[in-house]
Design a protein around this ligand. Sequence first.
Ligand code: 13P
Ligand code: SF4
Length: 359
Amino acid sequence: MTETIISPAEIARRPIEVPPHPHWPTLSKEEKTALKARIKQQLQEQDAVLVAHYYTDGDLQSLAEETGGCVADSLEMARFGSEQSAKTLVVCGVRFMGETAKILNPEKRILMPDLNATCSLDEGCPADEFRRFCDQHPDHTVVVYANTSAEVKARADWVVTSGIALPIVKHLAEKGEKIIWAPDKHLGHYVQKLTGADMLFWEGSCVVHEEFKSVALERLRKLHPGAAVLVHPESPAAIIDQADVVGSTTALINAVTSMDNDEFIVATDGGIFHKMKQLAPNKNLIEAPTQGEGATCQSCAHCPWMAMNALQNLSDVLTTGANEIVIDPALAEKAVLPIQRMLEFAKTHGIGMKTQGNA
Ligand code: 13P
Ligand code: SF4
């Protein structure tokens, strides 16, 4: 019997179940202080550090920095985690970030505030279908974005993040390699445009960045002619085309501190404003529009899965030890290779991963 092969475009048309934003009870100042003190003590007692992403709640980001952990983009989160001597890493972000930490550090305990914190790119790239797609093109080098499951990574030759995708694909293209790219079509097309690489695409996308509206952005730019436009490359091409800077979350934060502009229009998850405001308190930061024609109740530029991380469930997980990331060692052994290849490439090419002005 012949196997039916479903195309990446058909798979991309399947709806992704997007959860409602969690509503965390508002904590009084005293409650928040007490909870933070408790978490600090728990971290110390358990030899644990926090590894947080820029899209998580500002309190979590600050706590990570105050306690010797880090707040970073996904590339630096991976690197930081593997350089820690702590026995436990508590990853505040989405599941692929916790899985990457476990794959790189199998001897460590990796906890997450909520294991349901997934990512639309990961959800839209089922491993069995992805493997079949790759098997159809055995002469292609498989490059996958970090926002994927351990199973998908295990089928890849390279893992990349937004901070390193461009130089890695350029390097492969210069060697004449043909590339399978998955899962984010927008980042993939952006990288192809700049490198001219021969690429076959998975057709996934980020439900948050998909929501930016290009016509409304044009209008906003006219209202703020002096503003620089900063865009994460998971955004559609019509948004990227209007950017002054396209880059990872770290690159966008660095742009705010290094560019002379007084105003910035920012097209990425709103969680990034916490660090931007901290590093550039005198600059005017404007959210790129998600409202307007085609807007839905999901159009709020805040990842519903990142929002599953809060002080409350962070403390709970440190109390119960629940939500540990477990990965089959045989799978991790395969998945670690393309991640290590990326980290090695970053090291050899001196690709910076820290925000300027960060501790
Ligand atoms: P960065 O690696 O740029 O932090 O991006 C991760 C991500 O999921 C953005 O949506
Ligand atoms: Fe995934 Fe988009 Fe959320 Fe990033 S912002 S974790 S790409 S759904």
